[in-house]
Design a protein around this ligand. Structure first.
Ligand code: COA
Length: 260
């Protein structure tokens, strides 16, 4: 690991981005937010990358929140700017045209849970603890937590987590729909990579179609959402991958998708 607050390595079609401040439990300061944004921009623009896995360095934390030491002295306009900086990153991740998996290897608190919720899938270690503890600092979530948690887990869970501030364990997060899967810590890496490799073999344009359609549908009425789905569905018929996928099924073989 280098001194950079974020590292990324490409393993074939999977790009792994790691928040790398383990001595501060990977807390998100402004430099880390900027480095993450640059890493996700690079992953978005790299045609060889089909899937991104996001995790935190060290044994204890995915990300333990926005950097409290950095926030402590901010003035209101600086606090607003910090919130916007975080929200811009989260939105970039959420709207990335390729799937992003959060590998939640420990504490995912405050900005850490907000970061995980901006990803498309969340695989958590059974030892992970998740929550929005900002209330304990006299704050509220500022990187989209009130909005994404509401959409992911509903009003009751959002108000409970944000008002009480107590972390929940991975099993409860699964029950509330905040994470997709919980696995033993020793299996987290293998299970996450198994899912990443499956996605890497899938048809990239269809994956993008799902991401775009779900993102759009989450923000509009049913009629508009259905129309968007129809337009995306129709678009798939222009791809080589759709011809290959249907042909391979009929020929009883595995498809080979090229992203065209
Ligand atoms: N911002 C800045 N630094 C943080 C941090 C954060 N969100 N979370 C942890 N750290 C730092 C600690 O200050 C400590 O640094 P130090 O060794 O220089 O003193 C280091 O990370 C280790 O954390 P520590 O508190 O000693 O570990 P722990 O195992 O006793 O407790 C937590 C772990 C996650 C329970 C605790 O660190 C914590 O409550 N963190 C803040 C969570 C939070 O409120 N997040 C939302 C922020 S808006």
């Amino acid at each position: 690991m280098t001194d950079s607050p974020v590292t990324f390595v490409n393993q074939a079609a999977v790009c792994r981005i790691t928040v790398n401040r383990p001595d501060k439990l990977n807390a998100l300061n402004a430099a880390t937010l900027d480095a993450l944004l640059a890493a996700f921009e690079a992953a978005a623009g790299d045609a060889a990358t089909r899937v991104v896995v996001l995790t935190g360095a060290g044994e204890k934390a995915f990300v333990a929140g926005a950097d409290i030491a950095e926030m402590a002295g901010l003035r209101p306009t600086e606090g607003r700017d910090f919130s916007q900086r975080g929200q811009r990153l989260m939105r970039r991740i959420e709207t990335l045209p390729k799937p992003v998996i959060a590998m939640v290897n420990g504490f995912a608190l405050g900005g850490g849970l907000e970061l995980a919720m901006a990803c498309h899938l969340r695989i958590a270690s059974d030892t992970a603890k998740l929550g929005q503890p900002e209330i304990n600092l006299g704050l509220i979530p500022g990187f989209g937590g009130t909005q994404r948690l509401l959409r992911l887990a509903g009003r009751a869970a959002t108000l409970e987590l944000c008002l009480l501030g107590a972390p929940i364990d991975a099993a409860r997060a699964l029950h509330l729909g905040i994470v997709n899967r919980v696995v033993a810590g020793a299996d987290l890496e293998a299970e996450t990579m198994r899912i990443a490799e499956q996605l890497a073999r899938s048809a990239p344009l269809a994956l993008r179609g799902v991401l775009d359609t779900v993102n759009t549908g989450g923000e509009c009425g049913i009629e508009e959402g259905l129309q968007y789905e129809t337009a995306q569905f129709g678009l798939m018929f222009s791809t080589d991958d759709m011809r290959e996928g249907t042909k391979a099924f009929l020929e009883r073989r595995k498809p080979v998708f090229t992203g065209r």
